[in-house]
Design a protein around this ligand. Structure first.
Ligand code: FES
Ligand SMILES: [Fe+2]
Length: 444
């Protein structure tokens, strides 16, 4: 980026782009702002890279991403975790292409330089061809300076300093705690591979939409209508009505969405209440034998009082800014990967509750495929809207994007947490407050 252009942008980022009730359309459309986001947010903030259950044994590795870079999450011999850049220190080839595996060392496919699990260079072929001052110790695979796990969820940060992971997550750790606490065995196992979705639009649309409680009754009206037409399927025993029940739940009235509420935490994080109340197999507490077996196992672990507390957390989407949505009740996570200013990939995962009946995992997988796969009626509607927004915002007729809905009803508690009626755009304003802080360069 040219220096003059950059300083112009920084000046605008400092002063102009985010207003209390609006943002400038360039935050969604300007490639230079996207490049600045990569440096200021995605090379500094804590981002999700994987789950500890994906690398349980020494030598286990997972090919993943940390912001713009491809990295390897590696379980070390001493069982600690390391994140290594997947770039050979010889001539730059990707060292690993397998999505995951177990290795004693990593050997580059080009000239076979070999690296230990901690990234240190251990061998080069034909070493006599190098001069005497060739040093191994300055040719280790680059290590990401910070990697940390929160109850099994592993995050990395390209920045050597800044807030630690618990400080970065703040109050939204509550949903990660809740997902783990729902496991009778006390831990989760990432399971079932991963689902990708892709759209031609800016990365920010995804989290904005994930807690937008005005759009379901409009954008998803055809999914609701299809479910109503097939309503009798929702009454079938077991889990066969799950998709119908999920789609029907989108058909609430505005007053009901407002009752659900929207809540924000400092740092850009937020969550919405659940709209799946009392709805068959997707209800928070059920009477069927599978759930009763699960309840017995959970009660054996925690006792009745604690179980009631765990099950009482009934939220739908939880947003961990800048790139994650979590639903602890169905044990799913979606992670946003910005590719370009107008190109985004979303990857979704399920987690099995260790110690729970297998049928609980089936419920989770069906939730994900029904809500977040390319075959989902609901997700397809949302992706179409993101592309409409991108195309619309490229029109320069008006520079400002309105985020004012519910502004006057925002309430802030003494601890900094916020709440508003569910149809408020509180969570989007909160995301841009965080965005502005990181873009200004003062995330502490
Ligand atoms: S590029 Fe990796 S060994 Fe040459
Ligand atoms: Fe939607």
């Amino acid at each position: 980026m040219r220096a003059s252009r950059q300083s112009f942008l920084v000046k605008r980022v400092y002063s102009d782009l985010v207003q209390p009730r609006a943002v400038h359309r360039s935050v969604y459309t300007d490639p230079d702002i996207f490049a600045a986001e990569q440096e200021r947010i995605f090379r500094r903030a804590w981002l999700y890279v994987g789950h500890e259950s994906q690398v349980p044994k020494p030598g286990d590795f997972l090919l993943t991403r940390l912001g713009p870079d491809e990295v390897l999450l590696v379980r070390q011999a001493d069982r600690s975790l390391a994140l290594l850049h997947n770039r050979c220190t010889h001539r730059g080839a990707r060292v690993i292409t397998a999505p995951r595996g177990n290795a004693r060392q990593f050997t580059c496919a080009y000239h076979a330089w070999s690296f230990d699990l901690d990234g240190s260079l251990t061998g080069v072929p034909l070493p006599e061809g190098y001069s005497k001052d060739f040093r191994y110790d300055d040719k280790s695979l680059a290590r990401v300076p910070r990697v940390a796990s929160y109850r099994g969820f592993v995050f990395g940060s390209h920045a050597a300093s800044g807030p630690d992971l618990p400080a970065f997550l703040g109050g939204i750790t509550s949903v990660l705690d809740n997902m783990v606490d729902r496991a009778p065995g006390g831990s989760l196992t990432q399971t079932g591979g991963r689902l990708h979705m892709e759209y031609r639009g800016n990365w920010k649309f995804f989290l904005e939409n994930a807690a937008d409680q005005v759009h379901p009754g409009i954008v998803h009206v055809s999914a609701v209508a299809a479910a109503r037409a097939d309503r009798e399927a929702a009454d079938l025993p077991g889990m066969t009505g799950q998709v119908v029940q999920m789609q029907l739940a989108n058909g609430l009235r505005a007053a009901e969405w407002n009752e659900i509420g929207i809540h924000g935490y400092p740092g850009g994080h937020a969550y919405m209440g659940s709209f799946y109340r009392g709805a068959g197999v997707i209800a928070a507490e059920r009477k069927d034998p599978v759930f009763q077996r699960y309840l017995a196992a959970l009660t054996a672990t925690h006792g009745e009082a604690k179980v009631q507390e765990i099950l009482a957390m009934d939220r739908f989407n939880n947003l961990i800014w800048p790139t994650i949505t979590v639903n602890s009740r169905f044990q799913v996570m979606r992670v946003v990967q910005p590719v370009a200013v107008d190109h985004t990939v979303v990857t979704s995962y399920c987690f099995a509750l260790d110690g729970a009946p297998d049928e609980m995992t089936a419920l989770s997988m069906r939730f994900l495929t029904a809500a977040a796969s390319s075959g989902s009626l609901v997700a397809a509607d949302d992706l179409d809207i993101f592309e409409r927004c991108q195309r619309g915002l490229e029109d320069a007729a008006t520079d400002w994007v309105d985020l004012s809905r519910g502004f006057d009803l925002d309430r802030t508690a003494p601890d900094g947490s916020m709440s508003a009626p569910g149809t408020s755009e509180l969570h989007i304003r909160n995301q841009f407050t965080a965005w502005e802080r990181w873009m200004k360069g003062s995330p502490e």
